[in-house]
Ligand binder design. Structure first.
Ligand SMILES: O=P(O)(O)O[C@@H]1C[C@H](O)[C@@H](CO)O1
Ligand SMILES: Nc1nc2[nH]cnc2c(=O)[nH]1
Length: 241
């Protein structure tokens, strides 16, 4: 069952008016269990990002997001955790931006800045906490590129994305960040590199969801420790860093 957790209050998604339904298995996260992807809606991005606006109305100031992603960057290994420093919203190039349509001024301005989308202090906090926990060997920082999915990339697409500056490629997060930033919330996001992007025509590797889930299971404990330590540090500092 998909539920929305805030403090000790647990709401069923089905009980929140207009809230979308999650259809992809295997996306638990800290506050929301069950995520929405472009591919599960009419590709407008508005509905899948509605939870960000619900967070805003509930008084949330900082959003943590996690995802699984493929790695076109040769320096990234399966199991690496990449702190996202920037994104490429590929569907946005075709007009698919979750803020398209009439602007709701109650949340933010018509033309929000995105050059500061991923909070610099929170990124540094993540790297500091990772160093304290002894996670340096699998911590990275890089650029996340979102695609519409649900098909994984072709070899030519992976090569193109790499040459465009994408370190990791996935199907989520950027739209949520755009809406959260529009509403003035700070954003922090991590990609777990769950599979290598196939870049070589001689390769026998094939991206598949089972590998994505398996890598997630293997890193779950460390990711939970990293995020919970960061959240505890933020709480201790009254949400400032
Ligand atoms: O929600 P995220 O971006 O972590 O999930 C990605 C996209 C697909 O749902 C799935 C593909 O294996 O992983
Ligand atoms: N688009 C995309 N999404 C992913 N999610 C997890 N791995 C991948 C991948 O290789 N490509």
């Amino acid at each position: 069952m998909d539920v929305f957790l805030l403090n000790d209050v647990c709401l069923k998604y089905a009980d929140i008016p207009n809230f979308p339904r999650s259809t992809v298995h295997g996306h638990p996260c800290v506050c929301m269990q069950g995520r929405f992807h472009l591919v599960t809606t009419c590709a407008c991005g508005f509905q899948i990002t509605l939870p960000m606006r619900v967070f805003k109305l509930l008084g949330v100031e900082t959003v943590f997001l996690t995802n699984a992603a493929g790695g076109p960057q040769p320096g990234l290994q399966v199991g690496d955790v990449m702190v996202i420093k920037d994104h490429i919203n590929m569907p946005g190039f075709a007009g698919n931006n979750p803020l398209a349509g009439p602007n709701d001024e109650r949340f933010g301005v018509r033309f929000p800045c995105m050059s500061d989308a991923y909070d610099r202090e929170l990124r540094q906090l993540a790297l500091d906490v990772a160093a304290e926990l002894g996670y340096c060997e699998f911590m990275q920082e890089g650029v996340y590129c979102v695609l519409g999915g649900p098909s994984f990339e072709t070899i030519a697409e992976c090569r193109m994305l790499h040459s465009l500056g994408a370190d990791a490629v996935g199907m989520s997060t950027a739209h949520e960040v755009i809406v959260a930033r529009h509403a003035g919330m700070r954003c922090f996001a991590l990609s777990l590199i769950s599979n290598r992007a196939v870049m070589d025509y001689d390769s026998q590797e094939k991206a598949n969801h089972e590998e994505v889930l398996e890598t997630g299971r293997q890193r779950a404990e460390q990711l939970e420790k990293l995020v919970s330590t960061m959240v505890a540090r933020l709480e201790r500092n009254n949400n400032s860093f």
